[in-house]
Design a binder for this molecule. Structure first.
Ligand code: RRO
Length: 333
């Protein structure tokens, strides 16, 4: 297969189960917001872990999720990195997909149209090889109906700058966001997806705020490697990969806590190894307004609904009646 071809990703559309608002087994108000975006539920999918949401429709009513965050889409189709692309690690998973995807036009035609027709709250994740590509994507998407927010995945390599990851440098992170902000005339919020692979994540958060984001999604995966000792070679075809799953949760909670402490008004979509409502509440208490559910979905596709229910129960147990009252509760007030 050439680098520009993608395998046929057609997945038969399934009928969604009857609309059902998550049963939180209590009267807890789980509504929340990310800037101007109101969310009816606190759990979203995490980019890259539920494609464009369609596959989840056989496990629950996708319309009742906080949001579906789509796999980062690029301007052109892309077949991604060589296989193998996944490796198991203790309490985690390493992935090296390499931004495989159909390109923006096929995404709009096949994926976003399905999400929009089905009334799904959709956060579109974009990625570019360079700053201009991010701008072109924002420009292409700005008038497309059905986009609740844009997630700018700056955790990808800048091909014009020695492959340096945009999110690892405050100037290149800001440069992407300034360009997207200029092109994005829609009123839907812009979120920057931050990488934990930095010395000071607060510095990066501050730079994207100054560049014009409305919120941040954090964290992306941590860069890792597994060596196959039989072959004496890195296990993954792409050599390095992104570490996700419960192994990274304390790193993610720490990062959310630090950014909320420095920028308390900044909306945060928190993620990193969340498997239960208890885990999700850690992120909310650290300062996230909502959470994304990622790796657990591969083994438990109903997890985003289950975790919303469990989060309601965890809040009730602690005397909260509204999720929003628990945001940042672990900070000194
Ligand atoms: O496609 C990927 O390999 C990938 C991306 Br774009 C990302 O943001 N995070 C990740 O772990 N993998």
């Amino acid at each position: 297969m050439s680098d520009l071809e993608t395998p046929d990703q057609e997945i038969p559309a399934r009928k969604m189960p009857a609309r059902k608002i998550p049963d939180v087994s209590s009267s807890i108000d789980l509504t929340t917001s990310l800037g101007s975006l109101q969310l009816q539920a606190p759990t979203a999918t995490a980019s890259g872990c539920a494609a464009a949401g369609r596959e989840l429709a056989q496990f629950g009513d996708v319309r009742t999720l906080g949001a579906v965050v789509t796999k980062s889409i690029m301007k052109n189709p892309r077949s991604g990195r060589p296989t193998p692309r996944m490796a198991e690690t203790p309490s985690g998973m390493l992935n090296s997909i390499g931004l495989q995807g159909p390109g923006i036009e096929a995404f709009l035609e096949k994926d976003l149209s399905w999400l929009t027709e089905n009334g799904v709250t959709t956060i579109v994740s974009i990625a570019g090889n360079n700053v201009d590509e991010f701008g072109e994507l924002a420009n292409r998407l700005k008038d497309v109906p059905g986009i609740a927010a844009l997630e700018v995945n700056i955790s990808c390599p800048n091909v014009e700058s020695r492959g340096q990851v945009f999110a690892c440098n405050p100037f290149s992170a800001a440069s992407v966001i300034e360009t997207v902000r200029r092109e994005w005339t829609s009123s839907a919020p812009i979120l920057a997806k931050l990488s934990p692979d930095v010395t000071d994540i607060v510095e990066i958060a501050q730079s994207v705020v100054e560049a014009g984001v409305d919120g941040v999604s954090m964290i992306n995966t941590l860069l890792g490697m597994v060596i196959d000792l039989d072959r004496m070679k890195p296990m993954l075809g792409g050599r390095t990969g992104g570490l996700s799953g419960p192994a990274i949760r304390p790193v993610a909670v720490r990062a959310v806590y630090q950014v909320h402490a420095a920028l308390p008004q900044l909306p945060i979509l928190g993620m990193g190894g969340i498997r239960t409502g208890h885990d999700a509440l850690e992120f909310i208490a650290a300062g996230a307004s909502a959470v994304s559910i990622g790796t657990v979905v591969f083994g438990d596709p109903g997890a985003p609904w289950r975790i919303a229910d469990e989060l309601g129960a965890e809040l009730a147990k602690r005397g909260f009646t509204k999720l929003t009252d628990a945001i940042g509760a672990a900070h000194e007030r």
